[in-house]
Design a protein around this ligand. Structure first.
Ligand code: PAF
Length: 295
């Protein structure tokens, strides 16, 4: 019998709604712009969506505050609940990209009573259907770990559906490698993940970018448990029918996470005097497109 946890989810996009759904049998709170408290999710393999509800968080004590906003909105979202942070025991950032975790860690140092910072990575697939509900499109795993490397003895108290990683920093970088290949290319070509393999022109670019990211990781001495080109191909195949999160952002003209994917990688490369020409080209071109949306 697991004890009830108090969990608040900040940001109820597709992944946030899925995480909230996993937490629905606990004391569930949500924080979102519209104060939405009723959600609908089509469970993986189900034919009818399930309805569930939450309570808008007003600052009552919580075991976990899980942030599922886009990377770029993290600090602004947290500043919105700054006066309630002393009620949070553990703060978990669960997003694509890198860079925002260090920004938050730095910001927390300026807070009088800061929660323990956790970071995580998820391979769950979810998207908003036109009918209004969220579809759990692909079953994945969510692994988390403390930002600081000290050992944590509360594996039984992790939020539902999550497991503890012995090296979360490595997991974040491994996810970054895959996102740095699939996301800019699908956004650039405006194509499904699988088309990166099936279209000969896209495939050529895919192979070149995979090699570039792989070499960059080796030069940065960032070890991965797998071959980056092979894993990128496996992920593109396994998610062939999906639109990547960045392509979805482009379709909806929303700010993309590329500054926290390609931008982060290029910053690391520059600090080590390394170059990544295709990443630079794609990032420059997509940033220019993004700039025209707000112009
Ligand atoms: O960002 C995404 O869409 C996903 O992380 C991935 C792995 C690229 C699959 O679509």
């Amino acid at each position: 019998m697991t004890s009830t946890q108090h969990i608040a989810v900040l940001g109820t996009g597709a992944l946030g709604t899925l995480i909230a759904w996993y937490c629905r049998s606990h004391e569930l709170f949500t924080i979102n712009r519209n104060q939405q408290e009723r959600f609908s999710l089509l469970e993986y393999g189900a034919s009818e969506p399930t309805l569930f509800s939450s309570t808008s968080w007003q600052g009552s004590p919580v075991d976990w505050l899980i942030v599922t906003t886009k990377a770029a909105s993290t600090l602004a979202a947290l500043k919105g609940v700054e006066s309630q942070l002393s009620a949070v025991k553990n703060l978990l950032l669960l997003q694509n990209g890198m860079g925002q975790q260090a920004e938050v860690a730095q910001w927390l140092e300026t807070q009088r009573s800061a929660p323990q910072l956790w970071v995580g990575s998820s391979t769950e697939g979810a998207y908003h259907a036109e009918e209004g509900h969220v579809v759990h499109a692909g079953k994945g795993h969510t692994v988390i770990g403390p930002w600081q490397h000290e050992s944590v003895e509360q594996a039984d108290k992790l939020p539902p559906s999550m497991t503890l990683s012995p090296d979360i920093h490595k997991v974040l970088k491994e996810k970054l490698a895959i996102n740095a290949i699939i996301n800019p290319l699908t956004a650039y070509y405006q194509c499904y993940n699988g088309e990166l393999l099936s279209n000969a022109d896209y495939r050529h670019h895919f192979d070149t970018l995979s090699t570039e990211v792989d070499e960059l990781f080796k030069q940065l001495k960032w070890n991965t448990d797998f071959s980056i080109p092979q894993r990128a191909e496996q992920v593109a195949l396994a998610t062939a029918q999906n639109r990547s999160s960045t392509y979805q952002d482009v379709l909806h003209r929303r700010p993309t996470e590329l500054p926290y994917i390609c931008g982060y990688l290029l910053k690391q490369a520059a600090e080590h005097d390394l170059s990544a020409p295709l990443t630079t080209e794609l990032y420059t071109s997509l940033s220019a497109t993004e700039a025209t949306w707000s112009a």
